[in-house]
Design a protein around this ligand. Structure first.
Ligand SMILES: Cc1cc2nc3c(=O)[nH]c(=O)nc-3n(C[C@H](O)[C@H](O)[C@H](O)COP(=O)(O)OP(=O)(O)OC[C@H]3O[C@@H](n4cnc5c(N)ncnc54)[C@H](O)[C@@H]3O)c2cc1C
Length: 402
């Protein structure tokens, strides 16, 4: 669909900068999955899009790189080049209770990637569709004017009618736009480990999620092409010694001989910002908005989806500043926020009541694991699970619908 330019805004000629300067339709800050989804969606419809990324692409990103089936199928085909392993099985282990459940599917449930390569492929696709990328360009401030936003960077000033903040948990866009801080952040570690051939053959096929190794959280092993990514996170408000917990976890699962390791840590947002996620000419997506799964803490799919929704809202409203923000918020509410609220409720049950969790899994562990797989596949949402509490158990049955 060609973009309707009938409401093109007049060019600004005021006092901000006297030289005539290009005004992009949209500037996207950050070239992670959220930024690339937004830029692709806008460039595809013929809008002029500028992506500003502080790092040089490709850049390392602390992340498990687990791409859920439900988002992989929405991404460009070129992602196949960077999938290091396809996991057709996920295993949930409850170490204290010695319980283990595996859900297996004919199609991959999780696609394992390294984020440097994944993000590079996604931003190249946005460029192929017409977006302009400026790398190694740190955005330092934003000033909203009546007709556009002025973007100060360490290279030069840019102007755009709208700005999409896809700049992660420490979002400068959100700060400059006046949003309050993200209400809850979970610390998480990600270690890249080289193993012996024997160990790698034991851990190299299934995405495993292990409980009871940390308060209010879990640890994981994600197999990559020739190494494993292991990680740990806690949603607890009490400070925990994550490196020590991760070391203990590796010993508990029998991983003592590590040939080489690279250790990283970062933050995951557990709840969206309190205010609406767009105001005036600025929209927030992905981690910048606080859109990550409160149960699994995965955020690539919400970053991708919110980037697409931001693009949709801007296109649908013809870049109309009076309606774009409300349209984006409505799309988020329908497609993401409702589900995240339900997820937060389920996360409390899962993490704050470990005894109840053990009882539930002892009783219905396989069904609950199938439910998790169905959420990852995109067949179910958390909100579906809460719609009718009387039918929770029925819902956990694969194949049955509410
Ligand atoms: C340890 C750990 C493990 C995780 N594992 C998974 C997983 O397996 N699967 C999953 O789905 N999610 C996982 N997540 C969450 C996931 O990494 C994030 O939710 C996801 O990266 C969010 O994408 P985004 O595009 O919003 O932001 P990001 O990927 O953070 O991208 C933001 C971009 O903005 C750039 N930027 C920042 N500030 C500026 C600035 N001022 N100027 C210009 N550019 C700027 C950054 O350089 C970066 O490229 C994990 C997170 C952590 C911490």
């Amino acid at each position: 669909m060609a973009f309707d330019r009938s409401q093109d805004l007049p060019r600004y000629s005021g006092p901000v900068n006297s030289s005539p300067q290009k005004i992009y339709d949209v500037a996207v800050i950050g070239a992670g999955p959220g930024g690339s989804a937004a830029a692709s969606g806008l460039a595809r419809r013929g809008l002029s899009v500028l992506i500003l990324e502080k790092a040089a692409v490709p850049r390392y990103k602390t992340c498990g790189g687990g791409l859920l089936h439900r988002v992989r199928r929405q991404m460009p085909g070129t992602v196949a080049q960077v999938v290091e392993r396809e996991c057709h099985a996920i295993t949930l282990n409850f170490l204290a209770a010695r319980l283990s459940f595996t859900a297996t599917r004919a199609e991959p449930i999780v696609f394992m990637t390294m984020r440097a390569e994944l993000d590079q492929v996604l931003v190249r696709e946005a460029q192929r569709l017409g977006a302009e990328l400026i790398e190694s360009c740190l955005v330092k401030n934003l000033v909203s004017h009546e007709q556009f936003v002025e973007i100060a960077t360490d290279q030069k000033m840019f102007r755009a009618r709208f700005v999409i903040g896809a700049d992660g948990v420490h979002s400068l866009t959100a700060k400059a736009g006046g949003w309050s801080p993200l209400p809850r952040l979970a610390p998480a570690l990600e270690w890249e480990l080289q193993l012996s051939a024997e160990d790698f053959s034991r851990f190299g096929h299934t995405a495993r999620f292990d409980f009871d190794c940390i308060d209010s959280g879990y640890a994981w092993v994600f197999p990559k092409r020739d190494h494993i990514s292991v990680g740990i996170l806690s949603t607890s408000r009490t400070k925990q010694n994550l490196p020590a917990k991760l070391e203990n976890y590796l010993a508990a699962i029998g991983l003592k001989q590590i040939l080489k390791s690279e250790k990283h840590g970062y933050l995951i947002p557990l709840a969206p910002r309190r205010e609406p996620l767009a105001r005036g000419r600025i929209l927030l997506v992905g981690d910048a908005a606080g859109l990550a799964d409160p149960i699994t803490a995965e955020g690539i799919s919400y970053a991708w989806q919110s980037g697409q929704l931001a693009a949709e809202a801007l296109v649908e409203t013809d870049l109309n500043v009076a309606t774009a923000a409300a349209r984006y918020q409505a799309l988020l509410e329908k497609n993401i926020l409702r589900d995240l609220r339900a997820g937060r409720f389920l996360a409390r049950v899962l993490y704050d009541y470990p005894r109840l969790r053990t009882v539930a899994f002892r009783w219905q562990g396989q069904r609950l694991t199938e439910f998790v797989a169905a959420v990852v596949m995109g067949e179910r949402g958390y909100a579906d699970a809460l719609k009718n509490p009387a039918s929770w158990l029925k819902l956990f049955d694969r194949g049955k619908r509410l």
